[in-house]
Ligand binder design. Structure first.
Ligand code: FES
Length: 118
């Protein structure tokens, strides 16, 4: 399913598209794309309306680093955070958002609807 030109997607923003009976959030993160079902595994909140950032970590009290290679999506309802490489929750990897396969072909962003990415 063609969801638009690469240039239609702003960096580090999620755009929600309708894919059959599901809403899917498509995120451009620099030159990579991720696609996520807009349904949080916690209480089914609209996870794709949350904030996206690089993963935060700290090696010592008072220090904080941002890993720009690892995008994280935070659900707007209760703040659960999901790492978008695999969809796993940061606090408990047994929870995950459902990822959808997405690719770029000839400058177009293509969702592979019906194919989950695990
Ligand atoms: S519904 Fe997403 S964190 Fe609760």
């Amino acid at each position: 399913m063609d969801v638009g030109a690469v240039s239609d997607f702003k960096d580090k923003r999620v755009r929600i598209v309708q894919a059959g009976s599901h809403e899917v959030g498509v995120l451009r993160w620099r030159d990579r794309f991720f696609a996520v079902h807009n349904r949080c595994p916690h209480q089914s909140g609209p996870v794709c309306l949350g904030i996206v950032s690089g993963r935060l970590s700290g090696s010592a009290p008072g220090s904080m680093e941002v890993d720009e290679e690892t995008p994280v999506l935070a659900c707007p309802w209760h703040g659960w955070e999901f790492e978008l490489e695999g969809g796993r929750a940061l606090w408990d990897a047994s929870y995950a958002v459902k990822m959808v396969s997405v690719s770029v072909e000839s400058g177009r962003v293509i969702l592979e609807v019906g194919r989950s990415r695990d």
